[in-house]
Design a protein around this ligand. Structure first.
Ligand code: ADP
Ligand code: MG
Length: 717
């Protein structure tokens, strides 16, 4: 018998060395050398290349949030094309974000044959403004029957166009929205833009009542912190589960204690750092303001965070960040894993969505400020957030639901499936003192100028942190921590903006009624805040969110605990969701139902792919390895080993058969019922197969085991 080693040593990882790939960093003290936004059709480039009149009209339109005058488009398109050609672009694409959560593009060449056979480069205003991708292959949740497959993309002038460089060519990317021919949103951007408008209107209206007569627009802001893994690509390609599902479906845990403390904030290995530097350089050229990088908790896990931007641009840039991270990693023989839980028993990856609201005059409404008047406004808007989060807990949970998240939320590493707010000791005390009407913590001059004690300046910065909270106030912003690493941030932000707009309007109505009835603004704010906070404080929790007691207490408080994706998704079409989203024209019932349908189907499809992949790996890779080893053990007549092995192999065969049976759908199941079936049958049987496989991995001869092991994947860098 010839014995070949099933698993290869990773010699390429061992022999990796810096290849001297130059990232062309010149002297960064010279402004001309700085790559920031070098590939962006930025306001600076526009000012240089557009006529003064067009540039000014374009900017007025963007600042006011009004609709774009199509007569501007021809000149903008021409300038954009010339700029792109000068930078080597040959094609352009309308980039959009269909309901898959990914980014889609359809490339068109600039060049057309002219009359004399020469090539003419063109991009007309109408081509800039509108495109018509063959939309039949994108999910629509039944909005558009495939026989009328028309959908169109519409230029979003509020998110700048940019150039994507590929070693073999340059592509002009035009951020666009994607809608059906009947005007329904088929993407993630349209509702986000609509929710930003809704929040702006509500906030400006409330600011007027609070005495602000200058602010014309309020922008929501976002700074997403992205966690990810980098692993050597040889391991990736040797693992069919990683390739087809993005996570390992098998793998015994590495020895305990292997998650060494010094990985977090420890020094970054050279190859990883080289990859990060090039990724950042690419992102900076695209105008993504990346700022921090460090190791995360798990071996092989890292984090990158940008400076915050308005929600729309921040969301586009976040999509771009995920794409660039994955592309650049390959140049270093690495693969970037964005799955929420690539390795069982090892910390998963999330995305912290830092969210706030800023006025066009530059005031952050979530900054407690230094003066009592700023405090009143801060307390008012903060109360609106608390009210919104409490009312729409289930929807927020649903906005971060996907199959990968089900391994994280509620496990002892990520925020739980129960949505609650961490305010921090200072803010807690402040709210409690407003509600009790006592002046504890309230200083003499901390009044609204109207004789009512409101709040002292709040020393909010400092070590007041709670890592376990899914929704935490962190000094001058709220941090929604429950997002998954692979997700588009567009929908969670759409939800936040919409529900906060609704709460602001509710509080503003009450405030106005009191003012109209003759109450002074100061006391009126205090009364409105007291009433709302008292009704919603149940959602505030400062303790350990991982603790079992919290689950019991949350239940006693009546908070929702939606553990899995099929539990959570129905919140997308719950009556309170439909009412809020229709009221602000963010999404109609039909558009919400479409999303529900698409996301439920995505869950079932992904569960099925996992279950079938697991079955195939177990049957065709792991079982044969175990049987080969059993043959050797039998030949050696070592009874102690043979008995244990035989019993595991027999169990393995039985469980594989059970999984195979579960993988045949019962007749007639569809929609949410199919998703529940996938969760309760396919995924459960799959976990049972894995249990035996992982036990086998620990006894089968290492040279026969066909899959790279966790200890290799996570520790060889
Ligand atoms: P920390 O999480 O330690 O507080 P930072 O203060 O640097 O770290 O912020 C983390 C993230 O929060 C960054 O991506 C940052 O851009 C973002 N952020 C900071 N201020 C705001 C804001 N006003 N709105 C939205 N995001 C913000
Ligand atoms: Mg953070």
């Amino acid at each position: 018998m010839t014995v070949t080693r099933a698993r290869k040593h990773n010699l390429s990882a061992a022999s990796w060395s810096a290849d001297g790939r130059s990232i062309e960093t010149g002297d960064l003290r010279d402004a001309g050398n700085h790559p920031y936004a070098a590939n962006v059709f930025s306001p600076a480039v526009q000012r240089e290349r557009l006529s003064k009149e067009t540039y000014e009209r374009l900017n007025e339109t963007l600042a006011s949030g009004a609709a774009l005058d199509p007569s501007l488009a021809d000149e903008v398109a021409h300038a954009m094309k010339e700029w792109a050609l000068e930078h080597g672009a040959t094609h352009y694409t309308h980039m959009f974000q269909p309901l898959t959560g990914l980014t889609a593009e359809k490339h068109d060449s600039f060049f057309e044959p002219g009359r004399d056979g020469e090539a003419i480069a063109r991009l007309s205003g109408s081509e800039l403004i509108q495109g018509e991708p063959d939309a039949s292959s994108f999910p629509t949740g039944g909005i558009r029957a495939t026989f009328e497959a028309r959908g169109y993309t519409a230029w979003d002038p509020t998110s700048p166009a940019f150039l994507l460089e590929n070693p073999n060519g340059v592509l002009l990317c035009i951020p666009t929205a994607f809608a059906s021919w009947t005007g329904e949103a088929l993407d993630a951007k349209i509702p986000l833009l609509r929710s930003m408008d809704a929040l702006s209107n509500s906030a400006v209206n409330a600011l007027r009542l609070l005495g602000d007569h200058e602010t014309k627009r309020v922008f929501t802001t976002v700074g997403p912190e992205q966690e990810y893994f980098l692993i050597d690509e040889q391991y990736y390609f040797e693992r069919p589960d990683l390739v087809t599902t993005g996570r390992t479906l098998f793998g015994a845990r590495p020895p305990k204690g292997h998650e060494l403390d010094d990985h977090y904030f420890g020094s970054i290995p050279e190859r990883i750092l080289a990859c990060m530097l090039e990724t950042e350089r690419e992102l900076v050229k695209l105008g993504v303001p990346v700022k921090t990088r460090h190791n995360e908790v798990a071996p092989g896990q890292y984090e990158v965070a940008p400076i915050f931007e308005n929600s729309n641009v921040g969301s586009d840039n976040q999509q771009l960040t995920m794409q660039i991270m994955q592309n650049v990693a390959r140049r270093y023989g690495l693969v970037c894993l964005l799955h929420e839980k690539p390795f069982a028993g090892v910390n998963g990856s999330g995305k912290h969505n830092n969210w706030s609201m800023s006025t066009d005059t530059g005031t952050n409404l979530m900054d407690p400020g230094e003066t009592p008047a700023e405090n009143a406004s801060f307390v008012f808007f903060c109360t609106a957030v608390i009210q919104a989060v409490n009312k729409h807990q289930g929807l927020l949970r649903a906005s971060v639901a996907n199959i990968g998240q089900d391994h994280r939320l509620g496990a002892n590493e990520a925020p739980p499936a129960i949505i609650s707010i961490f305010l921090g000791a200072e803010l807690d005390k402040a709210f409690e003192s407003i509600v009790s009407g006592e002046g504890s913590g309230v200083t003499e001059d901390a009044t609204l100028g109207l004789g009512t004690p409101v709040l002292p300046p709040l020393p909010m910065h400092g070590g007041d942190r709670n890592r376990t909270s899914p929704f935490a106030f962190t000094g001058n912003k709220f941090e929604f921590r429950a997002l998954g690493s692979s997700m588009s941030i567009a929908f969670p932000n759409t939800v936040l903006n919409t529900i906060v707009a609704e709460a602001i309007d509710d509080l503003a109505d009450k405030l106005k009624a009191r003012i109209d009835a003759g109450e002074e603004v100061g006391p009126a704010v205090a009364d409105v805040v007291t009433e709302s906070y008292s009704a919603n404080r149940q959602v505030c929790f400062d303790g350990d969110n991982y603790a079992e007691e919290w689950h019991a207490e949350a239940q006693a408080r009546g908070l929702k605990n939606l553990r899995t994706t099929p539990d959570a998704l129905p919140e997308v079409i719950a009556p309170a969701t439909v009412a809020a989203f229709e009221r602000y024209n963010v999404l109609s019932r039909r558009e919400l139902e479409a999303r529900f349908e698409v996301w439920v189907e995505q869950y079932s499809v992904r569960a099925n792919i996992e279950a079938e992949t697991a079955c195939s790996i177990a049957k065709t890779m792991l079982l044969p390895a175990a049987i080969r080893y059993a043959t050797e053990v039998d030949a050696a007549r070592i009874e102690g080993v043979a008995a244990e092995l035989r019993s595991l192999v027999e169990q393995f065969v039985t469980r594989i058969q059970e999984l195979e049976r579960a993988n045949v759908y019962p007749d007639g199941l569809e929609g949410i019922e199919l998703a529940e079936y996938a969760r309760d049958e396919q995924l459960v049987r799959m976990a049972e197969v894995r249990e035996v496989a992982d036990a086998l991995e620990l006894i089968v001869a290492d040279d026969l085991w066909p899959l790279p092991k966790y200890s290799e994947i996570l520790f060889i860098k």
